[in-house]
Design a protein around this ligand. Structure first.
Ligand SMILES: Nc1ncnc2c1ncn2[C@@H]1O[C@H](COP(=O)(O)OP(=O)(O)OP(=O)(O)O)[C@@H](O)[C@H]1O
Ligand SMILES: [Mg+2]
Length: 266
C-alpha cells in the first residue's frame, strides 16, 4: 500500500503546520527523496517560505487546478532546492468554496488530479506534502479526501488539545464516508518551551491519550524557525545547527523510519 500523500493539518491557526511542511520537505529532499509540496492555504505561507511569490498574478497555482482550468502537471514549479517541487497558492484560493458550490464532486478534485501525477512516471515523487489552511472548510476536506495519512502539529501550550476533538470527529467522518484508508501518521509537538511547565503537561496529556502516535521528536520554540521564512528558506538551510533545525532533522528521520517499518511489515 502506498502512503505517499500526507497532509499536515490542524484547524487551529499558528501551530506550526507550514513550518513543519517546509522543513520536512527540505529534510526529505536532502535525503535524496523527490518531494512535491502543495500549498493549499490562501495565505500562501508555504509558497513564500520556499522562496516563491504568492502575490504575482500567475494562474499557475493550485487554485487553477481546483477550479478545473489547469491540469496539475501544468502548475508544478521547481524550487531552488534540489528534489523539491512546489505548487504555489495565492489569495485567489479563498474564493474557491463559493465558486464551486454547484459541483457535487468538488471534494474529489484534488484526489483525482493527484492520481494523474502519481501515475505519470515522469515525476516519481516519494512523498507529496499538503499544507492545510487553519479551518475545516472545503480546502481541508479536499486534503482529507486526497490524503493517505496525516501529520498533526500540536502546539505545546494551553488550549492545545481543545479543538483536537473536533478535528478527530472530522477525520472519522471523512473515513466513514469519503476516504476509508485515511489514517493519522503522527502528532508532532511544536513550540515546546522547556521552561514553561505547561509544555510538559501538554506533552504528558498528548502522550497519554495518543500513545505511540506522538512523535518522540519535540520541536522547541526557536527564533530561527520564525526568521527563516522571511528569507524564503527552510530553517534546515538558513541555519542548519540551530535547535529548530536539529529537531526537524530528527523528525525527518522518525518520519522516514515509519516508511521503513511499513515496508518491512508488508
Ligand atoms: N517552533 C517554533 N518556534 C518559534 N516560532 C515558530 C515555531 N514554529 C513556527 N513558528 C512561527 O510561528 C508562526 C506560525 O507558524 P506556522 O506558520 O508554521 O503555523 P501554521 O499552523 O501554518 O499557521 P496558519 O494556521 O496561519 O497556517 C510563524 O511565524 C512561524 O515562523
Ligand atoms: Mg500555515
Amino acid at each position: 500500500m502506498d502512503r505517499k500523500i500526507i497532509s499536515v493539518i490542524n484547524q487551529k491557526g499558528g501551530v506550526g503546520k507550514t513550518t513543519t511542511v517546509i522543513n520536512l520537505a527540505a529534510g526529505l529532499s536532502m535525503q535524496g527523496k523527490k518531494i512535491l509540496v502543495i500549498d493549499l492555504d490562501p495565505q500562501g505561507n508555504a509558497t513564500t517560505g520556499l522562496g516563491m511569490s504568492n502575490t504575482d498574478s500567475s494562474d499557475e497555482t493550485i487554485y487553477s487546478v481546483l477550479n478545473g482550468t489547469k491540469k496539475i502537471s501544468e502548475v508544478v514549479k521547481k524550487t531552488k532546492f534540489e528534489n523539491l517541487d512546489l505548487i504555489t497558492s495565492n489569495v485567489d484560493l479563498s474564493g474557491l468554496e463559493v465558486e464551486t458550490a454547484g459541483d457535487s464532486r468538488r471534494a474529489f478534485i484534488l484526489k483525482d488530479e493527484l492520481a494523474t501525477i502519481l501515475n505519470d512516471s515522469g515525476e516519481p515523487y516519494s512523498h507529496i506534502l499538503i499544507d492545510c489552511p487553519p479551518s475545516l472548510s472545503l480546502l481541508t476536506i479536499m486534503a482529507l479526501v486526497a490524503s493517505d495519512s496525516l501529520v498533526v502539529p500540536l502546539q505545546a501550550e494551553f488550549f492545545a488539545l481543545e479543538g483536537l476533538t473536533q478535528l478527530m470527529k472530522t477525520i472519522e467522518r471523512i473515513k466513514n464516508n469519503l476516504n476509508p484508508e485515511l489514517s493519522i501518521r503522527g502528532i508532532l509537538l511544536t513550540m515546546y518551551d522547556r521552561r514553561n511547565k505547561l509544555s510538559g503537561e501538554v506533552e504528558k496529556e498528548a502522550r497519554n491519550y495518543f500513545k505511540e502516535k506522538v512523535y518522540q521528536t519535540v520541536v522547541p520554540r526557536n527564533v530561527r524557525l520564525s526568521e527563516a521564512p522571511s528569507h524564503g528558506l527552510p530553517v534546515l538551510i538558513y541555519d542548519k545547527t540551530c535547535s529548530g533545525s536539529m529537531s526537524y532533522f530528527s523528525f525527518t528521520e522518525e518520519f522516514l523510519n515509519q516508511d521503513k517499518s511499513v515496508e518491512s511489515a508488508a
